[in-house]
Design a protein around this ligand. Structure first.
Ligand SMILES: *[C@@H]1O[C@H](CO)[C@@H](O)[C@H](O)[C@H]1NC(C)=O
Ligand SMILES: *[C@@H]1O[C@H](CO)[C@@H](O)[C@H](O)[C@H]1NC(C)=O
Ligand SMILES: *[C@@H]1O[C@H](CO)[C@@H](O)[C@H](O)[C@H]1NC(C)=O
Ligand SMILES: *[C@@H]1O[C@H](CO)[C@@H](O)[C@H](O)[C@H]1NC(C)=O
Ligand SMILES: *[C@@H]1O[C@H](CO)[C@@H](O)[C@H](O)[C@H]1NC(C)=O
Ligand SMILES: *[C@@H]1O[C@H](CO)[C@@H](O)[C@H](O)[C@H]1NC(C)=O
Ligand SMILES: *[C@@H]1O[C@H](CO)[C@@H](O)[C@H](O)[C@H]1NC(C)=O
Ligand SMILES: *[C@@H]1O[C@H](CO)[C@@H](O)[C@H](O)[C@H]1NC(C)=O
Length: 468
């Protein structure tokens, strides 16, 4: 079964046909076994990137090939869908667009390389909930792998690699030479039923994985690596999304490993789409200048019902950081985290109500964010400089904060107050070292972690197989 290409001999010379045939033979010997993988949906039709004339030498640009292959396979959306298999090789490309009922599968040894030729990254309009380009007012560039208005889209593989070759973008950003906001590695917007799994993602120009205005999303088994000094290389940024599961990822990056967002100031308030029902588990994070999990700073559409468990962070600036400011509006509420293992942290917990970066000067100074119901428990942290730096907003305190069962071992070389709390209100229980006066110790309180499951926790994948 699958897709066979019917070449018109009147337009193709015999030499081209022979060339393609010999490529196919060489390729068949290199991928001998059958593919077996887990996915939300399996596909009826299969094609290889090489069927469409791709060249995997790391030098030939394949942007047109990716786009035309996926356009071709979109024709099977209503007939069981299609998968595009990327074989071993180095496939240089600019931005390309995904389609519905579609799987992009990267075999072991397949590397998609983002080109450093800027003309291959087309501009896109700014995101409505941001109003402006985040890094330059003129707009933004399309992600390497982009999808919009889709349903049922999967990017997976046997740990194949996507390498954004981001260094040119990091250099431009540092030099203040960007004309448009840097591209992300993968961005999917206005879509549902999304799976991104079992891949290695390297060196994104900016954020790695950015689902926005989307729902029913599983992100699993990703190894995400960028130099820790590469600015804004966030790992996964669920942004105005519902029903999201992020699990079994290993992230080393130059910004937050997971950054939960929902739009920026007046633009985010107007769009009004929260990120909610987000479940994060079994994540390992190394990020010396940022957080394992950040909530904000763009949170103007609201963030609620976020649950995180079994998080490991090593040499990370903070474990969970809440960032907001006057002008954001929105809320961060019903946040639950448990079983955190932390080693070498500047701040275990950090909350800041003064993250005063704004899209423009037209933000509403009366748009006060509500931060309420923050529950963290079962935390073991060692070699910590500050246990908590918790600063709400004057006349808008952060309330309902609960910390229980925490053993935080301070870095003894530092002679600092472990906790510093201003404009916050809540309780602590069985927390060492003893917290500040605004979080009084109560006896044997266990902070809440909900017993009911979020619907995304029960979503199962199917076993898909394809023999070639
Ligand atoms: C990812 O790979 C792991 C181990 O190789 C496997 O157990 C898991 O099912 C895969 N997950 C998906 C979603 O493909
Ligand atoms: C995909 O391309 C092949 C080869 O050109 C063609 O035979 C087939 O009809 C195309 N499929 C669709 C859905 O366009
Ligand atoms: C990809 O999608 C964007 C947004 O819809 C569109 O502007 C662009 O033309 C598409 N690119 C291709 C190659 O189809
Ligand atoms: C995509 O969906 C959004 C939100 O529903 C809608 O505003 C937009 O027009 C759609 N775009 C396309 C190309 O269908
Ligand atoms: C995937 O590849 C990365 C990079 O080579 C490696 O660190 C990771 O352990 C691999 N993951 C799996 C499940 O094999
Ligand atoms: C903290 O240490 C105490 C005393 O050793 C121990 O009983 C408790 O289980 C520890 N808490 C956690 C969350 O590991
Ligand atoms: C403890 O943290 C400090 C930074 O505060 C770091 O320089 C040092 O290497 C860490 N020690 C260990 C044993 O990890
Ligand atoms: C505590 O934090 C406040 C506000 O962030 C700061 O002004 C103050 O200096 C800090 N206090 C100590 C003792 O570090």
């Amino acid at each position: 079964m699958g897709l066979s290409l019917k070449f018109k001999t009147n337009v193709l010379s015999a030499i081209v046909i022979l060339g393609i045939l010999s490529l196919r033979v060489a390729e068949c010997s290199s991928h001998a076994e059958k593919l077996v993988y887990q996915a939300l949906n399996c596909r009826k039709h299969t094609a290889f990137l090489t069927d469409f004339g791709a060249v995997g030498d790391g030098k030939t640009l394949n942007t047109k090939v990716f786009n035309s292959a996926i356009r071709n396979l979109s024709g099977y959306a209503s007939d069981g869908g299609a998968q595009l298999i990327v074989p071993p090789g180095k496939w240089l490309t600019g931005s390309f667009n995904l389609t519905s009922h579609f799987t992009l599968f990267l075999e072991k040894g397949a590397v998609i390389l983002g080109t450093q030729d800027e003309s291959q990254w087309p501009p896109l309009p700014v995101l409505p909930s941001y109003g402006v380009g985040r890094e330059a007012p003129g707009g933004r560039l399309s992600a390497l792998i982009f999808g919009t208005n889709l349903t049922d889209v999967i990017i997976t593989g046997n740990n194949g690699t996507i390498d954004g070759q981001g260094s040119i973008w990091w250099d431009k950003f540092r030099a203040g030479k960007l004309k448009l906001t840097r591209p992300y590695m993968i961005e999917i917007m206005y879509s549902n039923q999304i799976q991104i799994s079992n891949l290695t993602l390297l060196n994104s120009p900016s954020w790695f994985v950015h689902p926005i205005y989307s729902s029913d999303i599983i992100i699993s088994g990703l190894t995400i690596l960028a130099p820790v000094d590469a600015k804004n290389t966030d790992g996964v940024d669920p942004d105005s999304c519902s029903n999201v599961r992020i699990e079994d990822c290993y992230i080393v990056s130059g910004d937050d490993c997971i950054a939960v967002k929902s739009g920026w100031d007046q633009y985010g308030i107007k769009v009004g789409m929260p990120t909610q029902h987000l479940f994060i588990r079994r994540i390992t994070c190394i990020s010396p200048y940022s957080a394992a999990i950040a909530l904000g700073s763009e949170m103007s559409g609201g963030i609620q019902d976020v649950r995180a468990e079994d998080i490991t962070a090593i040499n990370t600036e903070s474990a969970i950081r809440i960032k907001t400011a006057v002008g954001r509006g929105g809320y961060i509420r019903d946040i639950f985290a448990r079983r955190l293992t932390l080693k070498t942290m500047k701040y275990v917990f950090w909350m800041a109500g003064n993250y005063n970066q704004h899209p423009d000067s037209n933000y509403d100074p009366k748009a006060i964010p509500e931060i309420k119901g923050i529950n963290y428990r079962e935390v073991v942290a060692t070699n910590v400089t500050y246990a908590g730096k918790l600063a709400g907003i004057k006349s808008d305190p952060f309330t309902g904060i609960c910390f229980s069962d925490m053993n935080i071992t301070m870095n003894l070389k530092e002679d600092k107050l472990p906790w510093n709390c201003t404009d916050i209100d809540g309780v602590t229980s069985n927390v060492t070292p003893k917290s500040c006066a605004s979080l009084p110790q109560k006896k044997d309180v266990t902070c809440l972690f909900p017993y009911d499951k979020q619907p995304i926790e029960d979503v199962q994948t199917k076993t898909c197989s394809y023999a070639h």
